[in-house]
Design a protein around this ligand. Structure first.
Ligand SMILES: NC(=O)c1ccc[n+]([C@@H]2O[C@H](COP(=O)([O-])OP(=O)(O)OC[C@H]3O[C@@H](n4cnc5c(N)ncnc54)[C@H](O)[C@@H]3O)[C@@H](O)[C@H]2O)c1
Length: 357
């Protein structure tokens, strides 16, 4: 992707001499509304690497927000630097001033390397920061709604495949029981599922077992994906579905929170491999949208019940995607992309500008 060939609306390079801030804000598409997406703080090896990442991530947010039915476009920002060494209140405040200078065309949130406490500092300089702490009028941790959305996606996949949304009696494997995976396990157990998990961090397993002693634990992701599962839920890192994993999988459904699960996209890619093995894939950006639904609600003055009701809509969205995929004889990933693109096109040709509603 290069600046001359990409379809992004606006890419802003930010440099603050006093704090040393170097950041890039990517606004991909605002036909549906202001561009919302998090700020990634990462020690990129080069400006070009940072640019590639922000172009890719901001485009992904356009699809995610459109698929979630939100009146938002897609954007993302990257701050170039080592968060452990370079993150200072001065730098975050300088970043907040750049966000403010865009007049609401870009709304930020947390991402890898930025946390609720950082958004509180960014918000000292801009009205357009979400993901703030509850004491500052924010919605706090988004894992609760992210886990609920993934659970709804799994119920929808069960309805589509087995004619019943209940997960009672099904075996679900969760790779990664951090903030999202742990809450997801609770929903599944309450619905009567058998839950098998793995995590590289024994403290995460211990915390889960303390709450839910009935959860079964296996040694690693290879053991989990090779065991007898109905549903596999990747809830750790991206790139969860490499070719070996797809070949090994016994599960009939893949539906989890991790971002960017498909290692290769497009024709002959991971989504097609899953389909040819008869595995139903619920696209990650569709089912993990609970977090973005939460930060959108924060813009309206956070109401947990309202955000929860909207997150429960992921059940219907997932059914729509799986039904469309069957009808069009394409993978669910392609069906989801088409639905999101149609929604963006229906937003008209317009660019969202400050003052627009
Ligand atoms: N938290 C949110 O609201 C949210 C929203 C959208 C998407 N996501 C995505 O969902 C995933 C989980 O998010 P989280 O907030 O729970 O993160 P987290 O860091 O709290 O939990 C991830 C867990 O995965 C474990 N893990 C890492 N590598 C592993 C491996 N190879 N095998 C097994 N376990 C491994 C970690 O030890 C950790 O316990 C991430 O990919 C994240 O990007 C999260």
């Amino acid at each position: 992707m290069t600046l001359s060939t990409t379809d992004h609306e606006q890419v802003v390079f930010c440099h603050d001499r006093t704090s040393g801030l170097r950041a890039i804000i990517g606004i991909h598409d605002t036909r549906l509304g202001p561009a919302l997406g998090g700020t990634r703080f990462h020690p990129y090896a080069s400006t070009d690497e940072a640019l590639q990442d922000v172009l890719r991530l901001s485009r992904g947010m356009s699809y995610k927000n459109a698929m979630a039915g939100l009146p938002l476009g897609g954007g993302k920002a990257v701050i170039i630097g080592d968060p452990a060494r370079d993150k200072t209140p001065e730098l975050l405040r300088a970043y907040g001033r750049f966000v403010e200078s865009l007049g609401g065309r870009y709304v930020t949130a947390c991402d890898v390397g930025t946390y609720v406490a950082d958004m509180d500092v960014v918000a000292e300089e801009t009205r357009w920061a979400t993901g703030r702490s509850e004491s500052r009028g924010g919605a706090g941790d988004s894992s609760v709604l992210t886990a609920l959305g993934v659970f709804q996606g799994q119920r929808a996949a069960a309805q589509h495949l087995w004619g019943d949304p209940s997960l009672g009696g099904r075996t679900v494997g969760i790779a990664g029981v951090g903030k999202v995976g742990r809450i997801l396990a609770g929903h599944l157990l309450a619905d009567g599922a058998r839950v098998v998990v793995t995590d590289v961090n024994s403290a995460a397993i211990d915390a889960l077992r303390a709450e839910h002693p009935e959860v079964e634990v296996v040694s690693d992701v290879t053991a989990l994906t090779g065991s007898a599962l109905d549903i596999y839920a990747p809830c750790a890192l991206g790139g969860a579905l490499d070719d070996e994993t797809v070949e090994r999988l016994t599960a009939k459904v893949v539906c989890g929170a991790a971002n960017n699960q498909l290692v290769t996209e497009g024709p002959g890619g991971t989504a097609e491999r899953l389909r040819s093995r008869g595995i139903t894939y619920a696209p990650d950006f569709l089912v993990n949208a609970g977090g973005v639904i939460q930060v959108h609600d924060e813009l309206l003055g956070f109401d947990f019940a309202r955000a929860m009701a909207q997150t429960e809509g992921i059940y219907e969205h997932t059914l729509e995607v799986l039904t469309t995929a069957d009808a069009q004889d394409v993978t669910p990933a392609t069906a989801a992309d088409r639905i999101a693109e149609a929604r963006m096109a229906a937003g008209g040709p317009g660019t969202w500008l400050p003052g627009d509603r």
